[in-house]
Design a protein around this ligand. Structure first.
Ligand SMILES: [Zn+2]
Length: 252
């Protein structure tokens, strides 16, 4: 018998001797009978002792089974608790990682949002175009010299705001046809003309690359194109090309 088992047996109320083997127990009874001497011990008494011994052995066996069950249960409980603790630790780590990941993602989203909403970022107004007229050109096509740059593109091509700004006009504008004006943070306005349709409303904030309308040939126009103007402070037009280069690093 191991010390642990003995301790367990003691703990549940069985003495060490009660766990003796049947042979040992019988010897003890016989020894007791001998020590009493001279047949003082009747057969009846011997039977009674043996019966009691037998009962003790039986209860010992029950106790043993019970102790083992308790031990197994305790072991299973410990294993269960260890597993639960491990699972909880894994769960906590997963949670921690998820939180860190969400935080990193939020930071990236914020950085992207900051870039997207930057007042100085620029996007080209059209993805595909061909320059058909430059600023300052004279001739019969214009009442005075040409006030902007013409970018020919297929009808319906998306026109995008070159920079962040506020839509200050989205209306029909005579010779300009359907026109959108965007005022940028430094007060410069960019005008998008001859559109087939608008996609913005007055007061709306647009960011660089946001669609403001589509290429058309409305107003004084001979074919689908974007007549693009740049007007510092909303005043007289300037040549869009150096402005695009200096403000946007764009060389259309
Ligand atoms: Zn033009």
């Amino acid at each position: 018998m191991t010390a642990a088992l003995a301790a367990a047996a003691g703990a549940v109320g069985f003495s060490h001797s009660s766990l003796a083997t049947p042979t040992q127990a019988n010897s003890a009874v016989n020894l007791a009978a001998l020590s009493m001497g001279d047949g003082q011990l009747s057969e009846l008494t011997t039977l009674r002792i043996e019966r009691r011994n037998l009962a003790t052995r039986d209860s010992s066996r029950v106790a043993l089974t019970s102790v083992e069950k308790t031990k197994k249960q305790a072991s299973a409980d410990r294993t269960g608790k260890a597993r639960a603790a491990k699972l909880e630790a894994t769960r906590a780590l997963t949670n921690k990682r998820a939180i860190a990941l969400a935080k990193a993602k939020a930071q990236i989203d914020q950085a992207q949002k900051n870039v997207r909403e930057s007042a100085t970022r620029c996007e080209m107004m059209l993805s595909n175009y061909r320059i058909t007229a430059t600023y300052g050109m004279g001739g019969t096509r214009w009442a005075r010299s040409h006030t902007g740059t013409d970018f020919a593109a297929p009808m319906g091509t998306s026109i995008r705001s070159v920079m962040k700004g506020e839509v200050v006009s989205a209306d029909w504008a005579g010779a300009y046809g359907r026109q959108v004006r965007v005022r940028h943070e430094d007060g410069t306005e960019t005008w998008y003309n001859h559109m087939s349709q608008f996609d913005v409303r007055v007061g709306e904030t647009v960011y660089a690359g946001d669609k403001v309308g589509e290429v058309g040939s409305s107003g004084n126009s001979t074919g689908p194109h974007l007549h693009f103007e740049v007007r510092p402070g909303g005043g007289e037009p300037i040549n869009p090309m150096p402005w695009l280069r200096n403000h946007c690093g764009l060389n259309p």
